[in-house]
Design a protein around this ligand. Structure first.
Ligand code: GDD
Ligand code: MN
Length: 383
């Protein structure tokens, strides 16, 4: 049977944690078709949180508690909890869940079921049908929650995922959590770490599933979320968003330099008295050499091609794929001009380059030349 450990940070939650053990551990978990454990991560609460959990663990072998150490903040609690769940409890999957009943215990079962059906990462989502945020929240709070999510979704380019900041999730250990770098988690002291966890989990997951979550309002005490936390969350999203696109940005830069080389080259060769066709030919080849070299030592430096034989082969291959780009341009350019008129040739050029030539080149570089992408079926064959 699969072992699922619910990692539950709790800080001064004695009332909640008492109820949580009664309702989650004693009522909900036995109904789930997996070996379910609760691991409370306390941060030296000033109330009875630790005492209550320790007491409960004496009569239940699936209740555990650890102290997160001297670093305070939710992310640190999860780092300590995940590590303990994997190394000490032998978890096959870990869950993130709050102790304050904002994640009602009845939603644990559908999350675990999605995992048992093959999901690598399960997201308890407030923004899909069936999910919700508290009706009693003020309009502004609702707006912030919704808009913040939308913003992160756009920045990270994750349109298929609807809730990127939820605190209710499940992560498979093998192949996902064990590939994640918990020691370098961004903003571990803040809520913002959630976005970095999500980012890493999605990167390593083949199957991501969202399950509806009715996010309840907090019954006891006040939320620790505030503007500072929100700004930190956006910051993490933006940094990760850029990091993800950095190769594409370099590719674009090299492409632009190539264009300049081509542009200046034509004039230089023409000035040297070369025939027009030859001037274009030489300038184009110069741009190709420029693009190959810069992409090789910069854009794709992690997959750099070296050695004389390999370089010659790859460079010839690069010329062939570049000819493909040229072909696309010389077929769709005139076609577009016929459609919208020669007055808009600049628009045609822009559209053809941005929508066709750039994606084509990027695809070829990643798939054929530097082979940094693997097709899904190739991935399977290698694994
Ligand atoms: N051990 C430990 N240490 N636990 C903590 C700490 C800490 O420093 N800070 C908070 N907790 C525990 C709380 O006791 C609670 O169980 C849980 O973490 C969530 O804290 P809340 O203060 O209730 O967070 P929230 O309701 O404002 O935020 C929720 O929504 C956010 C945005 O959607 C959480 O679900 C967040 O995870 C989520 O990002
Ligand atoms: Mn809460």
């Amino acid at each position: 049977m699969d072992k699922v450990v619910i990692v539950m940070p709790a800080w001064n939650e004695s009332d909640n944690i008492k109820r949580m053990i009664a309702e989650l551990v004693d009522k909900e978990l036995p109904q789930i078709n997996a070996e379910m454990h609760l691991l409370v991560v306390d941060n030296y609460s000033k109330d009875d949180t630790a005492k209550i959990v320790e007491e409960a663990s004496k009569t239940r072998n699936n209740v555990h508690i650890i102290q997160q150490g001297d670093k305070s903040g939710l992310g640190w609690a999860y780092i300590a909890g995940f590590k303990y769940a994997v190394s000490k409890l032998g978890a096959d999957a870990v869950m993130e869940m709050d102790a304050d009943f904002q994640h009602p215990p009845r939603f644990v079962k559908p999350m675990v079921e999605a995992y048992l059906e093959g999901a690598d990462y399960v997201i308890g989502s407030r923004y899909i049908p069936g999910g919700s945020i508290p009706k009693e929240w003020a309009f502004f709070r609702k707006f912030i929650s919704f808009a913040g999510n939308l913003f992160i979704r756009l920045v990270l380019l994750k349109p298929r995922i609807h809730d990127l900041t939820t605190g209710f999730r499940l992560t498979r250990v093998k192949g996902v959590l064990d590939k994640m770098d918990l020691d370098n988690l961004m903003e571990p002291g803040r809520f913002a770490h959630k976005v970095h966890l999500l980012y890493q989990a999605i990167k390593n997951s083949k199957k991501v599933v969202e399950v509806p979550l009715e996010f309840a309002s907090r019954t006891q005490e006040k939320s620790k979320f505030n503007t500072k936390e929100m700004i930190a969350t956006f910051k993490v999203a933006i940094i990760l968003g850029i990091k993800d696109k950095i190769r594409f940005i370099k590719f674009g830069t090299v492409g632009f330099l190539g264009f300049m080389v081509n542009f200046i080259g034509i004039r230089v060769f023409r000035g040297m008295g070369l025939a027009e066709t030859l001037a274009w030919l030489f300038a184009t080849e110069l741009a190709i050499i420029n693009n190959y070299t810069l992409n090789n030592i910069w854009t794709f430096k992690e997959a750099k091609i070296g050695g004389l034989g390999k370089t010659i082969f790859k460079f010839l291959q690069f010329n062939v794929t570049s000819a493909g780009a040229l072909a696309i341009q010389s077929i769709f350019g005139p076609l577009g001009v016929r459609l919208v008129g020669v007055r808009f040739d600049w628009l045609v050029l822009a559209v053809v380059v941005v929508l066709m030539v750039l994606p084509y080149n990027y695809l070829m570089y990643n798939l054929v030349i530097w082979k940094t992408w693997k097709l899904p079926w190739a991935k399977k064959a290698n694994a």
